[in-house]
Design a protein around this ligand. Structure first.
Ligand SMILES: Cc1cc2nc3c(=O)[nH]c(=O)nc-3n(C[C@H](O)[C@H](O)[C@H](O)COP(=O)(O)OP(=O)(O)OC[C@H]3O[C@@H](n4cnc5c(N)ncnc54)[C@H](O)[C@@H]3O)c2cc1C
Length: 435
């Protein structure tokens, strides 16, 4: 080690949302203490910059804490005390008093009025930069030093530090390009904490349409699926899709889940399945006309297996039955599967062909846990003091943000968790960093 150990009263490891909140709050609580914020990336808040598709869904505007906490699964009871110290209203005041008003959109998702995540980062940077906090960027913590029942310092890629108190806010493992590579998980394990492995992001997708249930177990090979965000095409994949009781699975879907998850953070996501990606709409139309011409007396429901992949007939019939488009007379158009082919109108045939090329779906989230990117994993809550975010193993260690094992959906709940746990840890570490 080139330099002699440098001493700080408090070291915060990780300059993301939770770490910046913790460092700033610790300083406000106790401005006489020497605080160090270590961040391995070249700038603070790398992940914060990409939240909400760059718009940053900063919190969820549910001001009734009881109702809000219901979204944190098993974390509900644990979080009461923390939210009594810093709640959603406090998040609004925090940003608004620093010149960044928030606006509430559908599903109570709150965004900065500018809809720029970079503005949120700027507020947080200012919060830590204008104080007496020492910020060191490009500095990666490699080891935590333990001394009996207390932690005594950290070793970075540049030097060794001694300290009275450590706040760990180094995040989880999603989007590792932002710096969140799960470094703390190994240190925490070595220190005797339990680590619950974060659930992988490769997960099936849940779908709104009830007809999906009719297809449970059906798989489509060589199918093209296109994902749209707010009706704008985002990406397409071709491969195997498996329908499940709740939605879509199969390799193609699993591999698309993390991209879909990104879209779900800020947009309405829909999908279109093309059952005949090998031919264009015109060719398919001619093929269907030909088949219909050769089978005038057959029932539509009996012809469908000839033009759609095996197993899909029940779903197509269900969609056709409930079809709400308008025909040329302006009345609602429902296509009956019990019709003979020679009674199927041109408009009805067009609807069928369109459906084969463009089976519409509404994606409601990732299966198992709604629209998560990192929605669980980390230190279990029974190892953390509910009032302070202090480790129950080391009284001079605080653990916050994505490092805590708290399941939550998208909608601003993750960042609110960071603001709250960051504030609480900063407050208590600031008060006690003389230990
Ligand atoms: C694409 C995407 C979009 C999202 N959108 C939203 C949204 O709109 N709303 C919402 O509520 N949530 C959203 N989330 C979740 C939210 O971003 C996270 O929950 C939150 O950023 C976690 O903050 P954190 O402070 O715990 O950790 P992080 O933001 O991960 O910060 C941890 C920091 O620690 C640093 N670090 C790691 N290891 C070391 C080390 N060894 N030494 C020094 N520094 C280290 C990292 O570089 C990083 O800067 C989104 C997540 C993703 C991936």
């Amino acid at each position: 080690m080139k330099n002699a150990p440098e001493h700080f009263d408090l070291i915060v490891v990780g300059g993301g949302a939770s770490g910046m909140m913790a460092a700033g709050r610790a300083y406000e609580e106790n401005p006489n203490r020497r605080i160090l914020l270590l961040e391995k990336a070249k700038q603070l808040g790398e992940k914060l910059r990409i939240t909400g598709g760059g718009r940053c869904n900063i919190t969820n505007a549910e001001f009734d804490t009881r109702k809000l906490l219901k979204h944190y699964g098993e974390g509900e009871q644990f979080l009461y005390s923390a939210f009594s110290q810093f709640n959603v209203k406090d998040t609004f005041s925090f940003f608004e008093s620093r010149g960044l008003p928030l606006v509430t959109q559908e599903r109570k998702r709150a965004f900065p009025v500018t809809e720029k995540a970079s503005d949120v980062v700027q507020v947080m940077e200012k919060y830590v930069q204008q104080t007496g906090i020492t910020i060191r960027l490009n500095e990666k913590v490699k080891k935590i030093i333990k001394n009996g029942n207390l932690l005594s310092g950290v070793i970075s890629n540049k030097r060794e530090y001694t300290t009275n108190t450590i706040i760990l806010s180094s995040g989880s493992m999603s989007h590792p390009e932002t710096g969140s590579t799960g470094d703390s998980f190994q240190w925490l394990k070595d220190l005797g904490h339990t680590i619950i492995t974060p659930t992988p992001t490769l997960v099936p997708l849940s779908v709104k349409e009830p007809w999906v249930k009719l297809l449970s177990g059906v798989s489509l090979t060589s199918t093209k699926i296109t994902f749209l965000a707010d009706n704008i095409k985002k990406f397409s994949e071709t491969g195997k899709i498996l329908f499940t009781h709740f939605g879509l699975s199969g390799p193609l879907i699993l591999n698309s889940a993390s991209q879909v998850s990104d879209l779900l953070y800020s947009k309405k996501v829909t999908a279109q399945i093309d059952m005949h990606p090998e031919i264009d709409l015109g060719t398919l139309k001619n093929k269907v006309i030909e088949i219909f011409k050769n089978n005038p007396n057959k029932l539509l429901k009996n012809i469908l297996p000839e033009i759609a992949p095996p197993g899909l007939t029940p779903a197509i019939l269900s969609i056709l039955k409930n079809h709400t488009g308008s025909n040329h007379t302006g009345s609602t158009c429902m296509v009956d599967g019990d019709k003979r082919i020679n009674n199927v109108t041109k408009e009805e045939r067009e609807i069928i062909v369109k459906l084969l090329k463009n089976l519409p779906l509404t994606i409601t989230g990732l299966m198992d846990y709604d629209r998560a990117i990192v929605a669980d994993g980390g230190v279990p809550l029974n190892e953390i003091d509910t009032k302070t975010m202090r480790s129950k193993i080391y009284k001079n260690l605080f653990i916050i943000g994505d490092l805590l094992h708290i399941r939550r959906p998208s909608g601003g709940y993750s960042l609110q968790l960071c603001w709250t746990t960051g504030f609480v840890a900063g407050q208590h570490a600031g008060m006690t960093c003389d230990l």
